[in-house]
Every structure is written in C-alpha cells, then in structure tokens.
Design a protein around this ligand. Structure first.
Ligand code: CMP
Length: 140
C-alpha cells in the first residue's frame, strides 16, 4: 500500500464547538502529515458538487444546509494507508454507533452533524483532493 493521501473536512459543528485545534492535534498525534489546509465557507454550489453522490438521498438538502452553515476546515492528510486509517480514526457515520476514542464519538452530535468527513476510498480521495486542492495535490 504505502503512503497515500486522503481528504478530511472538519465540519461546521466541530468548528463551532472549537474542536478544530484538538482534531488537528489528533491528526498529528496519529502520525498523519498535514500537507494542505484551509478554513473555508463552502458555497451551496460547492457543497452540492462535493456531495453529488448523495443527491437522491432524503437527507441531501439538510446536509447541504448544514455544510454551508459555518466555516469548515478542509485538510489534505498524508500517511501510510491514510484513507483507511483516517476512516478508522473518524468512526462510524452515526456518532451513537462510533467506537470509543473516535472523532465522531467524541465530537459528533448526530448522524448529520458528525464532526468530520473523510474520503471513503482511494478513488474518492483522488476526486475529493483534486476538487479542493487541484490535480497536482492528489499523489504524495
Ligand atoms: P459524510 O461522511 O460527510 O458523508 C455524507 C454525509 O451525509 C455524512 O457524513 C453525514 O453528515 C450525512 N448523512 C449520512 N447519512 C445520513 C442520514 N441518514 N441522515 C442525515 N445525514 C446523513
């Protein structure tokens, strides 16, 4: 496998509860390298494009409203098996089902306001990294 990159988003609920510092610290403690990072307010169009795969889901409009409700931190992480390791660190989508010690268990409030996003596969990571940081940022 080797070194790879993944895309993380610290969501508006986590930024509002002043958890961006602890979450970034956790990434460093877990051995990820933060390659790029930006504080941003997503536009509606950006959020809709980013989450286009969920367009037909009943929660789509609510998800978009939530994601544009305040600033987010978009983070490009690099490390060994970064996609899988970041998914493990986040925990299950629903914080109520997430394992102890995971970011969503610690900071998530609901299945929607779940504190962090992470790419769900290497292919998705490439698309998501290119979307926010350009095609040149995709590979280590
Ligand atoms: P994320 O990993 O960013 O990918 C899609 C997001 O949609 C997810 O985290 C949640 O924020 C949200 N989501 C997923 N399932 C549901 C659901 N059943 N109800 C509301 N929001 C959801």
């Amino acid at each position: 496998m080797g070194r790879e990159r993944t895309l993380a988003i610290i969501k508006p609920d986590a930024v509002k509860q002043r958890a961006m510092g602890p979450i970034l610290q956790r990434y460093e403690e877990e051995g990820f390298r933060i390659v790029e990072m930006k504080l941003a307010r997503l536009t509606k169009a950006e959020a809709e494009t980013f989450y286009a795969v969920h367009r037909a889901r009943p929660f789509f409009q609510s998800l978009i409203s939530f994601m544009i409700s305040g600033p987010v931190v978009v983070v490009l992480l690099e490390g060994e098996r970064a996609v899988e390791r970041h998914r493990t660190l986040m925990g299950a989508t629903d914080p109520a089902k997430a394992a102890e010690g995971t970011l969503r268990k610690r900071y998530g409030k609901s299945i929607e306001e779940n504190a962090v996003h992470g790419s769900d596969s290497e292919a998705t990571a490439k698309d998501e990294i290119a979307f926010f940081f350009g095609a040149a940022a995709v590979s280590p």
